[in-house]
Design a protein. Structure first.
Length: 185
């Protein structure tokens, strides 16, 4: 018997006959936030991302301006005509998102329609993400409630960045060096 099996057997013996205990799942949710869009934009900006808050009618023109001259990956299901760049030659990727979190400035991709694959969103140096105002929630518990845990999730809080032991910031090591977010109101 392995050490693991021995420990589990002891635990099983110790709790044999004990009543099942229901674990309360009363997670603390975010306080009421009056301006989800404003808070999300502020937090994303704090992460050194480029942020635009625009009326929906102005979004296509801003996208055209942002991607001009770039070889972009446009995932299946993204509501836009565009060429497909190969992953190894792409300058960037344009995606939608599953949900965005105002408190943390985090964008969550579940790689559904319009969100591309994990490689498509992590390999290119530039990521343009279009977030609709109705996709923004106050906090993490509200985001979790909207997500399917069986889907692959990528959580993005600003451009990729890390720091060495001397706290020198290096960007673009684990994903896109530049994150641009268009919030469509």
């Amino acid at each position: 018997m392995s050490a693991r099996e021995e420990i589990l057997a002891r635990i099983g013996k110790a709790v044999a006959g004990a009543a099942d205990v229901e674990i309360p799942r009363h997670y603390r949710t975010a306080q009421q936030v009056e301006d989800l869009v404003g808070l999300f934009a502020e937090r994303v900006d704090d992460y050194r991302a480029i942020v635009h808050v625009l009326p929906a009618a102005e979004v296509p023109a801003r996208i055209d301006e942002a991607v001009a001259g770039r070889r972009m990956i446009v995932p299946d299901g993204f509501d836009r005509d565009g060429g497909w760049a190969e992953l190894d030659t792409a300058d960037g990727v344009i995606t939608s998102c599953a949900v965005a979190i105002a408190e943390t400035g985090t964008i969550v991709l579940d790689h559904g329609p319009g969100q591309g694959t994990r490689a498509q969103t992590l390999v290119p140096d530039y990521h343009l993400c279009v977030v609709r105002a109705d996709q923004i929630v106050a906090g993490v518990p509200e985001a979790i409630a909207r997500l399917d845990p069986a889907r692959p999730l990528t959580w993005i809080s600003g451009p990729s960045a890390t720091s060495d032991i001397e706290l020198n910031r290096v960007e673009g090591v684990h994903g896109p060096r530049t994150l641009e977010v268009i919030i469509s109101t």
